[in-house]
Design a protein around this ligand. Structure first.
Ligand code: UDP
Ligand code: LCN
Length: 799
């Protein structure tokens, strides 16, 4: 079994806990007897703290305990499994670092325990029989990762590319023999049978090194901007082919990078060299659950921003590929294929343009039985369409990642995966309580698929750091797959390692031809202004808007999201309703869902619609509040953000949790000062008080006060609004553009593509484990997912 990452501190929790308990033994005894009194249970940090408060009533005494070592340990504890007389703690002192200890409540004896033992404690609460089954299935992907380099610092997580380049450069350093994998890689490069960069004449490292020296001299004899064709023949005679650059200057630079990398590789140069190697012409992107790519159609509740992300991603990758290929001196047309599904029952949209197999929309929770067949059909189509193997697969979300994994394994193609939002962290204890949730969500399939994809992927693209490793207090989405248990199904002692250099942060952007600053007057889409005027200020209620704004002079605070509970649009409405000062300063406009609950089939959405109506009544919002139904025209939405900026308003994103938050960067791109949730991605996008503001969705009073304070300050300091608008834009241009994204992702494809070649044996071994897991576990689980009217098409392993 793989051991967990070791704490980089002189003492472990298991070492320091006995002292911590000794510091106030009397109180500890009371606390621990309270912990175990109700019997077996799972306690979260807050419960533990509540019990401590109840146990130590004297404030001074309590303060003393909480400020001591025990307080520190509790503040790092994520949960505790109580199985009297033991309390087993899962402690997370830093992002990615976990330690497990058990305390005997009777004598306060402390022992360090392994992940497996901790998970067994947890299982005792939910399924005692399974917990004590010696042959319960333990899944350990870490056991096959012994030669993979690991990061060691929490702060390095997500910076995999950089680390990988370091590791590769140390592997290639030292001798011609060590550099040979790079030579072999270059020799294998081709485009439709035509060699690129070098040919077989340069079949040893020393020959290549010598030829590079001569070639550099040849190229130096030409003016810098001489096109490649000007000296192509001379290079060919030395064994060089196309792909080095489009001008003499670029060719020379690339040759120098290779010479230096062969002589003494350094990570920065090596990464730069790989960014120039012509190894990427055909990319396939997977988003199987469909409702995709039609104009003016938002994804269904499932897909929201994912559809936007993929459409923009394709455009950005295409632009970057075209630029790279041109700079490499090639005239190849790149191809990017998006694989999705046809939906004959397309609700008037264009998802049904050909005859599909499955007529209806299938929710992301129910789609698992269809994915194997989908992968098989798609593989044939891809090869037919591209007439050769693609260079890179990119999966999206659990279903797309699984399909991409199956195909990448089969065809031997580099794989990058993207999760948008992993479901596991969205539902409390969704792993331990999986049986309860199974009929509705089929998490057994989803979490299994996620592990298969994460482990198959050569690299994982995330939008933010928190997606991988969370924050000081909250574990990341990927981190929640490090170790978990689904009692009765499997105990995962090592699902993924967040210190794996496969993790990379490449944040998406917003399409800047749609979302541009309100100040760019000549570009403004003024033709939408009458419609937007109607949308915001017409006093009649109709199918598109209800409520009205009596005072047009007030700035508007604006929000736009799907009407899901987690988006917390009702929360924002309530904060506004309660805060008289804010109501006097600004109007509130929200774009969300629709008004008639009978038109929704989604329970959460129905509840939110009803709540909105009751809040409007309760707080008598009419006159200050406008509720607009979901809007699907992104050009008009872009102009809408800008019109809100014209009122000197702000964008508010109040979600209880947001994986990334595209609306946040859309608003900031338009120059609209933005207040966004501190729970999830937006906390990283915005630097609080500098490029916008963080708000706490769980503390409405504080959040609405922060918004009101901003508008009050704007009244006295006319420049303040402009300043926040400008710093928001600056933040976007520095960190959140599709250009930056596309460049990073293509570099990942290049570097990790090479790494999978030199790490072949280990990759193969892990692959065999994944295949077994897929065949014996996933297929059986998927077969149990019913879809009314259709027999799931998965075959049994024996059929
Ligand atoms: N959106 C929209 N109309 C709406 C609500 C949302 O066009 O009525 C768009 C929004 O502009 C953004 C995407 O849908 O591009 C939502 O992405 P986000 O990351 O904010 O949230 P998700 O829906 O993916 O959870
Ligand atoms: C899904 C989400 O929930 C959002 O937070 C992201 O911005 C979106 O996908 C695009 O990745």
């Amino acid at each position: 079994m793989a051991s967990p990452p070791v704490l980089k501190r002189s003492e472990t929790i298991a070492d320091s806990m006995p002292d911590a308990l000794r510091q106030s033994r009397y109180h500890m005894r009371i606390c621990f007897s309270r912990f175990i009194a109700p019997g077996k249970r799972l306690m979260k940090r807050q419960h533990i703290m509540d019990e401590v408060y109840r146990s130590i009533q004297d404030e001074k005494e309590r303060q003393k305990v909480l400020e001591g070592l025990f307080g520190y340990i509790l503040s790092s504890t994520q949960e505790a499994a109580v199985v009297p007389p033991f309390v087993a703690f899962a402690v997370r002192p830093n992002p990615g670092f976990w330690e497990y200890v058990k305390v005997n409540a009777d004598d306060l004896r402390v022992d360090g325990i392994s992940i497996s033992e901790y998970l067994q404690f947890k299982e005792m609460i939910f399924d005692e029989k399974w917990a004590s089954d010696e042959n319960a299935l333990e899944v350990d992907f870490g056991a096959m990762d012994f030669s993979t380099p690991r990061l060691t610092l929490s702060s390095s997580i997500g910076n995999g590319l950089n680390h990988m380049s370091k590791f590769m450069s140390s592997k290639l350093r030292g001798s011609s023999e060590a550099a040979k994998p790079l030579l072999d890689y270059l020799l294998a490069l081709d485009h439709q049978g035509e060699n690129l960069m070098i040919n077989r004449a340069l079949d040893s490292v020393s020959k290549l090194q010598e030829a590079l020296i001569v070639a550099e001299v040849v190229v130096s004899g030409f003016p810098k901007d001489t096109p490649y064709q000007g000296f192509q023949q001379s290079l060919k005679e030395l064994g060089f082919e196309k792909g080095w650059g489009d001008t003499a200057e670029r060719v020379k630079e690339t040759m120098r990078m290779l010479s230096e990398s062969l002589q003494a590789p350094d990570p920065v140069k090596l990464e730069l060299l790989f960014s120039r190697i012509p190894n990427m012409f055909k990319i396939v992107i997977f988003s199987p659950h469909g409702y995709f790519g039609q104009s003016d159609v938002l994804g269904l509740p499932d897909t929201g921003g994912q559809v936007v992300y993929i459409l923009d991603q394709v455009r950005a990758l295409e632009e970057e590929l075209l630029l790279k290929i041109k700079q490499q001196g090639l005239s190849v047309k790149p191809q990017i294929l998006v694989i999705t599904r046809l939906i004959p029952h397309a609700g008037g949209t264009k998802c049904s343009q050909e005859k599909g197999v499955l007529p209806q929309w299938v929710s992301r929770f129910d789609v698992y039985p269809y994915l194997e067949r989908f992968a098989q059909d798609a593989a044939d189509k891809i090869l037919e369409h591209m007439d050769c193997k693609p260079d890179l697969f990119i999966g999206n979300y659990s279903d797309g990642n699984l399909v991409a994994s199956l195909m990448a394994q089969k065809l031997g193609i580099t794989l990058g995966t993207i999760a948008h939002a992993l479901e596991k962290t969205k539902y409390e204890d969704s792993d331990a309580k999986w049986k309860e949730l199974e009929p509705k969500y089929h998490f057994s399939c989803q979490f299994t698929a996620d592990m298969i994809a994460m482990n198959t992927a050569d690299f994982i693209i995330t939008s933010t750091y928190q997606e991988i490793a969370g924050s000081k207090n909250r574990p990341g989405q990927y981190e929640s797959h490090v170790a978990f248990t689904m009692p009765g199904l499997c105990r995962v002692v090592s699902g993924i390692n967040v210190f794996d250099p496969k993790f990379n942060i490449a944040s998406p952007g917003a399409d800047q031809s749609v979302y541009f600053p309100y100040t760019e007057k000549q570009k403004r889409l003024t033709s939408f202004h009458p419609a937007i005027e109607e949308l915001l200020y017409n006093n009649e209620d109709n199918y598109e808007h209800i409520g009205y704004l009596a005072d047009r002079k007030k700035p508007i605070i604006f929000s736009m999201a799907r009407l899901d509970t987690v988006k917390n649009i009702t929360g924002l409405t309530e904060w506004y309703g309660k805060n008289t000062k804010l109501r006097n300063l600004v109007n509130l406009v929200v774009v969300a869902g629709f008004f008639d609950p009978s038109k929704s089939t989604d329970r959460e959405e129905i509840a939110e619609i009803q709540k909105m109506h009751s809040l409007i009544e309760k707080y008598q919002l009419k006159g200050q509040f406008r509720w607009i139904a979901a809007q699907s025209d992104r050009y008009r939405n872009g102009e809408l953000y800008r019109c809100i900026a014209d009122t000197k308003g702000a964008f508010i994103q109040p979600a209880l949790y947001e994986a990334f938050g595209l609306t946040v960067i859309e608003a900031m791109n338009c120059g609209l000062p933005t207040f966004a949730t501190n729970q999830g991605g937006p906390a990283e996008i915005i630097v609080d008080g500098v490029s916008g503001f963080h708000i706490d969705p769980n503390n409405g009073d504080e959040s609405s006060k922060k918004i009101a304070d901003f508008f009050e300050k704007c009244k006295t300091d006319a420049e303040y609004w402009n300043k926040i608008s400008a710093t928001g834009l600056q933040r976007i241009y520095e960190c959140y553009t599709w250009k930056i994204y596309a460049n990073k992702v293509l570099n990942m494809g290049s570097v990790y593509g090479f790494w999978r070649q030199i790490n072949k044996e280990q990759k193969l071994m892990k692959q065999r484990y994944i295949e077994t897991f897929y065949n014996l576990q996933f297929r059986n689980l998927a077969r149990n997912v019913p879809i009314p009217g259709f027999a799931p098409p998965v075959q049994t392993p024996s059929s």
